[in-house]
Write a protein that binds this ligand. Structure first.
Ligand code: CP
Length: 292
């Protein structure tokens, strides 16, 4: 039984085997498999989510597991119960695996030391979002076959992005070249990554746009959505300079017409909805790995 807390410490072989297993699940599209019959998966979200929460639920159900969903807003967390006590409570009821999204950085690693069931990180603060990066790598591998030498630009709110961090850690293990592009006040200088201009960034093989995470901003981080779009948005005009073989990615949710123009979300070169589709087999592989 194995937890998945992040990709920084996960070996390239382990990542590759998750991607390969996801490909297996994608190529065996049975409605409900029996592999995890008799197991109970708990999805514990202390922060909001649409894609991650529901694709974990679909993945767990496709593997035959029973699923319980926990949303902090409808729980005793509202009465002041701690995250640790909440997870221990569900563990004591007999869950077999816990999928957790939370804000505080470092808490998941602490929980994993005292909780006996495997835990899967569904996004913790701006630290890591391993299953998002796995589905991103899976999407890139499907497109390009190989990640070595691939030029990947990650553009936008790097400072608040767990997606950027998990992608960086994983892509580098496969020999991809990662560049960042961000306004000064959204850069993460502690990460040793070159920053490039927007004109340079859109020349990459993969142009990955990030959501401007307004809910994590101090006031005044962006002057206006229009100005941000003008300087760092993937506009229809800018997209004309993207190479024919390149793809556009975004973890979503998307702020249409801020970091990416609405007309580009389903552009032929966009992989935004295929990313979501790929999230299911990836999470099947991760949940299966946790329980077998
Ligand atoms: N990409 C992603 O994590 O989306 P959600 O916040 O909706 O889960």
């Amino acid at each position: 039984q194995r937890s998945l807390l992040g990709l920084k410490e996960l070996g390239r072989d382990e990542i590759e085997s998750i991607l390969d297993r996801a490909a297996y699940w994608e190529n065996h599209p049975v409605k409900i498999h029996k592999e995890l019959q008799g197991n109970i998966a708990a999805n514990m979200f202390f922060e909001n989510s649409t894609r991650t929460r529901f694709s974990f639920e679909v993945a767990e159900k496709r593997l035959g597991a029973e699923v319980i969903n926990f949303a902090a807003a409808a729980s005793s967390v509202e009465k002041g119960e701690s995250i640790y006590d909440t997870v221990r409570t569900l563990e004591s009821m007999g869950i077999d695996v816990g999928v957790i999204r939370l804000k505080p950085i470092g808490l998941l690693a602490e929980l994993a030391e005292s909780i006996k069931v495997p835990l899967v990180n569904a996004g913790d603060g701006n630290n890591e979002h391993p299953t998002q990066a796995l589905l991103d790598l899976y999407t890139m591998r499907k497109q390009f076959g190989n990640l070595a030498g691939l030029n990947v630009s990650i553009i936008g709110d790097i400072l608040h992005s767990r997606v950027a961090r998990s992608n960086l850690y994983a892509l580098r293990k496969f020999g991809a070249n990662v560049s960042f592009c961000a306004p000064q006040n959204m850069q993460a200088r502690e990460l040793d990554v070159p920053y490039v201009t927007m004109d340079e960034a859109i020349k990459a093989d993969v142009v990955m746009m990030l959501r401007v995470q307004l809910e994590r901003h101090d006031s005044g981080m962006i002057k206006s959505a229009e100005e941000y779009r003008e300087q760092y948005g993937l506009t229809v005009e800018r997209a004309k300079s993207i190479a024919d073989h390149a793809i556009i990615m975004h973890p979503a949710p998307v702020n249409r017409n801020v970091e990416i123009d609405g007309d580009l979300v389903e552009h032929p070169q966009s992989r935004i909805f295929p990313q979501m589709e790929n999230g299911v087999p990836i999470r099947m592989a991760v949940i299966e790995r946790a329980l077998t």
